[in-house]
Design a protein around this ligand. Structure first.
Ligand SMILES: [Mg+2]
Length: 343
């Protein structure tokens, strides 16, 4: 057992904190406490021994803002090449499972991330769990749902209401109701029902509205929009919840999502852990929704949570951006390979 490995049954407060290497472990006063807002730690200084030196591991990774830099157009998100290569390398190692955990639906996540077949996928914030069919680490527990869940009649009703509400945005703008701010160009966005987006041709990004249609939610992207316009759009979008309290509003990095399922990334991570029974788990995430996964790991003695970026977090460790993630994953693959028994 590596030095940083806690004993089974240890409480969180008793657990050893991840230590900085090389050369010396962090002193107690240097180690962040739970619920703190940790300072940035260089990827090279994070102690990964509880992951690299453990029998079986689950490496669970958010996609946007972690593997892939955030994009104004969410359809252009792609993993950094170094991270994609590290995922391939990790996936070939024994007793090493990589999973992507995203708010994207699984189909879109697979298209954008293009992971190896052995990578497990959690989509729609935990509502979809896809363990694939290629050499699972273990037989999944019966309670784990691998199939895409169905949309109930009530949920479909809510999705229809969400669509109608979003589409009413341009009409509200035209009539001057529902918002006090006109777009910077003085004209209204034009909804494109086929692409699921609203855009203002020729007006640049200021009044461009992107609506991502997922099986169980709609995500309105506001990255790159004029701030006043984005605020008005956000206020309009969330108003649908007043008539449909069952709709869950998720606010993330420049997105407002309206979901009809209540699953969280914590639920998705719990399903992955139940399926793989890993001895240790690493989770990297950058957004508010990743806090549910971090919370899940707080009750797991061998969980290691790392926040990516500056937002407040319950994770005890923080790194800067997707480039730091790429460095971390590359190092993780190298050190994991070195520590596993050679064939
Ligand atoms: Mg993210």
């Amino acid at each position: 057992m590596p030095p940083s490995q806690p004993r089974p049954g240890q409480s969180r407060s008793e657990r050893p904190r991840p230590e900085a290497v090389p050369p010396e472990p962090l002193s107690p006063e240097q180690a962040p406490s739970p619920r703190s807002t940790p300072d940035y730690t260089p990827s090279a200084d994070l102690d990964l021994r509880q992951i690299t030196g453990t029998g079986s591991v689950l490496i669970a990774l958010d996609f946007d803002g972690v593997l892939a830099p955030l994009q104004d157009n969410p359809d252009l998100s792609r993993p950094l090449p170094e991270s994609a290569q590290a995922i391939v390398d990790l996936s070939t190692l024994p007793a090493t499972r990589v999973a992507l955990v995203s708010g994207r639906d699984v189909t879109t996540l697979r298209r954008l991330a293009d992971p190896p077949p052995a990578v497990w996928l959690v989509g729609s914030h935990g509502a979809e769990v896809d363990l694939g069919s290629s050499s699972p680490a273990s037989t999944p527990s019966p309670e784990v749902t691998m199939d895409q869940p169905q949309v109930s009649v009530a949920e479909q009703r809510m999705l229809t209401a969400i669509d109608a509400h979003i589409e009413s945005f341009e009409h509200d703008l035209s009539s001057g109701s529902g918002t006090s701010s006109e777009p910077g160009s003085g004209s209204e966005p034009d909804l494109d029902s086929e692409s699921g987006s609203a855009s203002e041709p020729g007006s640049g990004p200021v009044t461009e509205v992107r609506v991502e249609r997922k099986p169980f939610s709609r995500t309105v992207h506001t990255r790159g929009l004029d701030s006043e316009f984005a605020s008005a759009l956000h206020a309009h979008v969330i108003a649908v919840q007043a008539e449909h309290p069952g709709i869950r509003v998720i606010e993330g990095h420049d997105i407002t999502e309206l979901a009809v399922k209540t699953a969280t990334k914590g639920d998705g991570l719990r399903a992955l852990i139940a399926a793989g029974s890993p001895a240790a788990v690493l989770y990297l995430g950058d957004d508010v929704t990743d806090e549910d996964a971090f919370a899940e790991l707080e009750d797991l003695p061998t969980g290691l949570s790392i926040k990516v970026g500056p937002a407040p977090t319950r994770a005890p460790w923080r790194i800067t951006d997707p480039s730091a993630v790429a460095e971390l994953l590359t190092r993780l693959a190298t050190e994991r390979r070195a520590q596993l028994p050679q064939p």
